[in-house]
Ligand binder design. Sequence first.
Ligand SMILES: N[C@@H](CCC(=O)N[C@@H](CS)C(=O)NCC(=O)O)C(=O)O
Length: 228
Amino acid sequence: MKEAIQQSPGGSGAPLKLYLHPLSSYCWKTLLAFYENGTPFEPLIVDLGNADERAALAKLWPFAKFPVLRDEARDRTIPESSIIIEYLAQHYPGAAPLLPANAEQARETRLRDRFYDLHVHQHMQKIVGDRLRPAGQHDPLGVEQARAQLRIAYGMIERDMASRSWAMGESFSMADCAAAPALYYANRAQPFGETHPHTAAYLDRLMQRPSFARVLREAQPYFAMFPQ
Ligand SMILES: N[C@@H](CCC(=O)N[C@@H](CS)C(=O)NCC(=O)O)C(=O)O
C-alpha cells in the first residue's frame, strides 16, 4: 500500500491510519471530515486490483470496501464512512463539529447523511458500476431504475437548497461530507446543471470549500481511471 496523498500535519506516525483510494467517493466523504478539522492521519492507498492489498484490507473488513479506519492507539478498526466520521467526532473532536451536540439536530443530520448515501450515492454507483460490467452482463433495467430514483432525489435537494447554504442550513456538517462526493459523481452520471440550479449552486459551493477542493486536487492524477 502506498502513501500518495499529501500527509496531514503530523500524519506519518499518527495513530489513525485510513485505508482508501483517492478516487473512491466514500473515501472522499471521510477525507472531508479529516480535512475540515485538520485531524492528523496516515493515508494508506489500497489497490484492490492487487490480491495482497485486497486480502490485507479484507482482514480488517471482510467486504474489502474502503474507507476503513484503524486507530492504533485504541486498537479499534472502524469501517463505514458515516461511522468513521462519528468516531472522529467522539474520540478526535476538532474545531469544526460535523455532528451537532443537540440530539434533535444530530438525528436530522444523520437522516440527511443517510439520504445522500442511500438515495443519491448508491444510485450513482449503480449507473457508474454498470459501465464496468463485462459486455453482455449489463443491467439496463437496474440503471433506468437508479436514474428514476436519482430524479426524485434531485427534486428534493432542489427544494431544500433553494433556501439554505449547506445540507443542514448554515453550518457545514456530516451531511455535507456525504453530499459532496455523491453530487459530484452523480452530476457526471446524470447531469443536473441545466435542470436544478440550486443543486448545481450547492455543488459549486462544496467544490469551492477548501476541504473538498483538496480532495479533488488529490484525486486529479487518478481521474483517467474513472469509467466514462
Ligand atoms: N457503506 C460504505 C460503502 C463503501 C463503498 O462502497 N466503497 C467503495 C468505494 S467508493 C468500494 O470499496 N468499492 C470496492 C468494491 O466494491 O470492490 C461506506 O459508507 O463506507
